[in-house]
Design a protein around this ligand. Sequence first.
Ligand code: GDP
Ligand code: ZN
Length: 457
Amino acid sequence: MSSTHTQETIAALATAPGRGGVGMIRISGPLSQQIGLQLSQRSAMKPRYAHYGPWYDAQGRLLDEGICLWFPAPHSFTGEDVVELQGHGGPVLMDRLLQSVLALGARMARPGEFSERAFLNDKLDLAQAEAIADLIEASSQQAADNALRSLQGEFSQAIVALVEQVTQLRIYVEAAIDFPEEEIDFISDGKVSADLAGIIAQLAKVKASATQGALLRDGMTVVLAGRPNAGKSSLLNALAGRESAIVTEIAGTTRDVLREYIHIEGMPVHIVDTAGLRETQDVVERIGVERAWSEIAAADRVLLLVDASETQATDPYQIWPEFVERFPASHKVTVIRNKVDKTQEALGLDVTASTPIIRLAAKHQQGIDVLREHLKQVMGFQGTTEGHFSARRRHLDALTQAEQALYEGRYQLENLGAGELLAEDLRRAQQALGEITGAVSADDLLGKIFSSFCIGK
Ligand code: GDP
Ligand code: ZN
């Protein structure tokens, strides 16, 4: 366990601001105990014991009464001396108490600083520290369960296991390069390629689980686009299951960008109903149109709606040439033929053309399940209740980088027989994985190489 990395004592309100039965101020750092003792006018506190009593400021004025807890280092959240003050949860009281804590030598904690200290003191790794934030922000049961799993270290353990395997392989490969007299013919030796294949397979599993977790955490953004009266607001309402958008028969009602937030089996879906995209002289509408384009650029999926009773069109270019001109290679479009209750078309998904088509009737809630299923499918969301890791984009990017490096390593090995390049790729994979937990440094690797190989030459 490393010692405290910083000498400053920090403090902050740990409960949500506002009114509540209880409010809690957390103090971490070397002055914590002293501050707790001074406020409660005590000469001693027992570790991890609830001390009930009044608190006073430096002038002896009564501040509040409540419970003071002392967690001596290293057995605390941050690994430092920590004091928690649980008082009455009123904003005025809590603010006054915090001011008194600051007057006794603490400073205001920066956002995330308690977790940062916990990381620096080896109480948590990076992925676990992030899981705490995810847990608090979780918007569904599944997302909360995943964050808990990551906090418990399941994700970190999977990463650590991968790093370990990559490290071992790299040690083996580097030894073969550095000591050719050992005559480890590692290229023809099946061990390297078998180990590499094993690592790649394991990484793919972790990545698949992390991808599901990231989807449950961040979800997807769906843009509804189409001419006025195509039925965008009706579709938004059908997906959301309530009347959030104004549905009207007058064209151009949806002037701005409307947002709705739903869940599909726990996956958050941010739905954006764009202004009826068309050339307009109206300033308000014109701003809406520009905003709509930037929403579209950022979206995971664009649902291009048409009124099926007005057009036969199923091709994005026919429906909306400007879109295809702006995003010529876009594969994120689904054509929605709405109002099929007025036509003879069969409901459902049609994938015979290069752009998928869904026929539905938003106003009558027909075909909406097909659309939900389609959105799950295009995101690769499995919607299982099986456990996943709460992962972030940062983690997925790191896993992808590691995967890429391993693929390149395999190529070097199989096609070029290049051991040095393979070693370099393994180093990159290790680096990328280490970024997830914040654990790997070059020194670690050197230490491992020297301790596991007793070369003595
Ligand atoms: P928006 O301008 O694209 O947002 O279109 P709205 O959602 O406001 O719908 C325009 C009109 O089409 C309204 O009168 C809706 O009731 C009607 N509408 C929407 N969906 C359907 C549908 O599935 N069937 C029928 N028959 N009418 C619909
Ligand atoms: Zn609308």
